[in-house]
Design a protein around this ligand. Structure first.
Ligand code: DGL
Length: 261
């Protein structure tokens, strides 16, 4: 079973992309809504939560772990790979690979939570794979609450996106990584404000392609998975707002089961 976890509901962008590319595969999703957001927490707290989230998924039948959360991928993926025997797929590397393939001028922008940006992981990975690339990063802490409030078409959201992207535009990036689960929901606005010469890399889609490729190319991963069409969604806290956001991201109502951690 494919286990997917996130700090909350935003990781459903990744779940949805995986469901589209791997229809019928059994999935268990855990959103740690009791502790969301992770993006402004300390490294050790995010690691502790990520370990607990992974344990939860394994206890519920997961045989591979997909870390949908960029923040948890940034600071906890290595610990998870060392601690658990199940393969752990993080969201950063596929987005980096796509950005490196896309950039022509070697100028890449990255947006994410404060924790993701201050971890420096995107820049490190890009420089390892394509030395000499200019990487410009911008934390965008207001975008997660705007998505969760459903403020997708408000003028205020347009203004805030524009303000966040301005320093990256000034640097004349030609590729922009959406390094957060929530940003794909604002992809159209972000792409518009970034300008038509900027290719937008959606980390949820790159992650889903990566999982599909892993299933197609690794016999070990393929044999770990089952395909009966079962999809379970668990959250560690439940409010009406979480349900609403989940519906907006998945595009239909889904049943979220609350489990107390
Ligand atoms: N899931 C987080 C990420 O992708 C965003 C929300 C949060 O801060 O927890 O970085």
């Amino acid at each position: 079973m494919i286990g997917i976890f996130d700090s909350g509901i935003g990781g459903l962008t990744v779940a949805r992309a995986i469901m589209d590319r791997l229809p019928g595969y059994d999935i268990v999703y855990f959103g740690d809504t009791a502790h969301t957001p992770y993006g402004n927490k300390s490294v050790h707290t995010v690691i502790n939560y990520a370990v607990a989230d992974t344990k939860f998924l394994i206890d519920h039948g997961a045989t591979i772990i997909v870390v949908a959360c960029n923040t948890a991928s940034s600071v906890a993926a290595r610990v998870l790979s060392e601690k658990f025997k199940e393969p752990v797929l993080e969201v950063i590397t596929p987005a980096v690979d796509a950005a490196i393939t896309s950039t022509k001028k070697g100028a890449i922008g990255v947006i994410g939570t404060r924790a993701t940006i201050s971890s420096g992981i995107y820049e490190r990975k890009i420089m390892e794979k394509r030395p000499g690339t200019r990487v410009y990063q911008e934390p965008c802490p207001l975008l997660v609450p705007l998505v969760e409030e459903g403020w997708l078409k408000r003028p205020e959201t347009n203004m805030i996106v524009k303000k966040y992207l301005l320093p990256l535009k000034t640097r004349q990036i030609d590729t922009l990584i959406l390094g957060c689960t929530h940003y794909p929901v604002l992809k159209r606005i972000i792409a518009k404000k970034a300008g038509k010469n900027v290719a937008v890399v959606d980390s949820s889609i790159e992650m889903a392609k990566h999982v599909k490729q892993a299933v197609d190319s690794s016999a070990d991963i393929a044999k770990r998975l089952t395909k009966t069409g079962s999809i379970e969604f668990y959250v560690s806290d439940m409010t009406l707002r979480f349900e609403k956001t989940a519906r907006m991201i998945i595009g239909k109502s889904i049943r979220l089961t609350e489990v107390r951690g």
